[in-house]
Structures are given as C-alpha cells and as structure tokens.
Design a protein around this ligand. Sequence first.
Ligand SMILES: Nc1ncnc2c1ncn2[C@@H]1O[C@H](COP(=O)(O)OP(=O)(O)O)[C@@H](O)[C@H]1O
Ligand code: SF4
Ligand SMILES: [Mg+2]
Length: 332
Amino acid sequence: MEERKKLLEIENLKKYFPVKAGFGKKQYVQAVESVSCHIYEGETLGLVGESGCGKTTLGRTIIRLHEPTSGKIVFDGTPIYDSEKKIAVPMLPYRRKMQIIFQDPSASLDPRMTVGEIVGEALDIHGLFQGKAERRERINELLDEVGLNTEHSNRFPHEFSGGQQQRIGIARALAVEPQFIVCDEPISALDVSIQSQVINMLEDLQAEKGLTYLFIAHDISVVRHISNRIGVMYLGSMVELAESYELCNHPIHPYTKTLLSAVPIPDPEKTRSRVRQPLEGEIPSPINPPSGCRFHTRCPYATERCKQEFPKLKEYGPGHYAACHLLEDGKL
Ligand SMILES: Nc1ncnc2c1ncn2[C@@H]1O[C@H](COP(=O)(O)OP(=O)(O)O)[C@@H](O)[C@H]1O
Ligand code: SF4
Ligand SMILES: [Mg+2]
C-alpha cells in the first residue's frame, strides 16, 4: 500500500500560558500537554473534547499563532519549530499555507473594514496580485466561491448574518490559497438551520482544492461524518486517535467511552444496548492538573501508576492510538 503523505507531524507539543498568582509567584495554564500526532494531506482530522480541554490552543499552536512552549512541528517535510534543535522559522511564508477559520465570525472580522478590504488584506500582505483590476477580480472570485455577491464587497461585517460573516471569514482564509486550514468550531456560533450549508461548503472546497483540515468541535456528532479520523482531547492531552468510524463504534480509552456514551445515536438498538456512564466529578483545572494520567481523578480504573506516569499514545490496532496504562498492560 502506498504511504500516505503526512502534511503535518507534531511531536510532544506543549503550550503553557503564564498566569499571575499571589505573592509574585508564577503559575502556568498547561493548556496543551505533550501532544503527538500527524495529519495526512487531504484529510479532515476532527478534534473533539469538552470546552476548555485545549482544542483551540492546540489548533493555534500548530500554526504558531501561539508560540509553542516546546516540542516539534514539521509542515510539508520542513521543521517549522523544534525546541530541541532551537528551530523557529519566520512564519510569513507559512502564513500563506496555513490558515484558520475562527469560532466567532463577528469577533474575528474588523468592523471598520469593508468585506473587500478584509479579503483583499490577505492578498496585499502576500503580494498576490498585479494591479487594481486583478485584485478586484480576485476578491470577486473569492466572494463567489463562498456564495456571496460581488456587491457585498463594499459593505461592512455588521450588515451580514452570522452565516454570511462566517463565509467572509472563509473567503479571507482561502485568499492566500492555503494547503491547511484549522477550522475552529466554525459552525457552533451559527443558527442550526444554516450549519449544514457551511459544512457542505467546506467539504466542497476541500474536494475542489485538495485542502487539509483540522476540524475542531466540542460535540463529536458534528465531526463524525466529515472527518476521516478523529482525535479526542482531555485536559490538554490527546487520549485517543483513530479512523472516524472505528473511534465512534469501538472506542478503547476510558474517557472516550464515557464521552460517547453521552451522545445520542440514531440506531435505537445500539442506544438500548449502551450503558450510560456519566463522568464523576468536575473537570480539574489546567493550572494544577492531576499528575500522571490527567484523567486519573475521574477514571474508574485508575491505579497507582496512573497517578505517577503520563501515558503515551500507542497503537492498538491499525491506526488506532490511545494513551492508557491499563490498555498497555492488556488489563482493559
Ligand atoms: N491566552 C490565554 N492565556 C491564558 N490561558 C489561556 C489562554 N488561552 C486559553 N487559555 C486556557 O487554556 C485552556 C484551554 O483553552 P482552549 O484551548 O480555549 O480550550 P477549548 O478550545 O478546548 O475550549 C483553558 O483553561 C483556557 O482558559
Ligand atoms: S492511564 Fe489509568 S487513569 Fe488514565 S485512562 Fe488509563 S486506566 Fe484510567
Ligand atoms: Mg475552543
């Protein structure tokens, strides 16, 4: 079988944010903890987990909108960041290749700029046109691609609905002809009635342009159909990663199992046979996260080792990865 090309390779990526504590002490929000994974060219990798588990931070750190605390990021064969080798390449050329669509379209669009200026700004930064006519033509083309009219070009963001604003955000991301786009919950702020339109459009654009997506959602039902693979995060760490169908139907990590048991599934047979296992306790703070496996304070199977050792993601079936000591010992 032909090896699939990895567009992104991420190793032990960490992102800690310094926060002020009392008495001049420094503390850190450990938002992303030692995440390793890769993203194949042309795929959609879904990323799920409860609010605050570090999805946005991971997405932004991968494209270095947040500078990593440590780890390694390889994009299209080139290390763009490597804390051990002290590599941190200038990002301007890579900004063209890696883009992001934000969760809240109204907050991510400058209210003082017209739609034409917003989309055109990306073209200007990267010098992607020759002359005014070509620039205007390109802006019109981009608006057309996302289902907006050329007349929309002179209007301001507040004149648009949420769905249209998200289309403007997508046009802005597409302007530089990227290879990779982080879609950070692009539909969660939109009316349910238009969510599927935006999803369908993102899928069509992907097929047309061969785009690679990291698609973030807090709800697995949003990504299960559009993702080739899905990664599950808990309190900053990646706990399971597998093909979408495999992950949804045969989860192996204790956290993923509880996460999925809370999702209603259409098949009544399956719903009946499934035991709902609500999670005990609150999600701990990422400022002082639990030692060892971050899930140990809520995991029904936790052992002494779980409290001490951070479990690494290991492969348990073809392309099916999980991070759990008990799985490793064959006890789950
Ligand atoms: N710029 C920041 N400074 C400090 N803490 C942050 C910052 N951004 C995110 N965090 C914290 O990092 C954790 C992960 O947040 P986030 O990545 O937004 O999670 P998610 O997208 O999964 O909801 C949260 O505890 C959040 O409060
Ligand atoms: S490593 Fe231990 S605490 Fe973590 S999920 Fe596995 S059994 Fe539970
Ligand atoms: Mg988020």
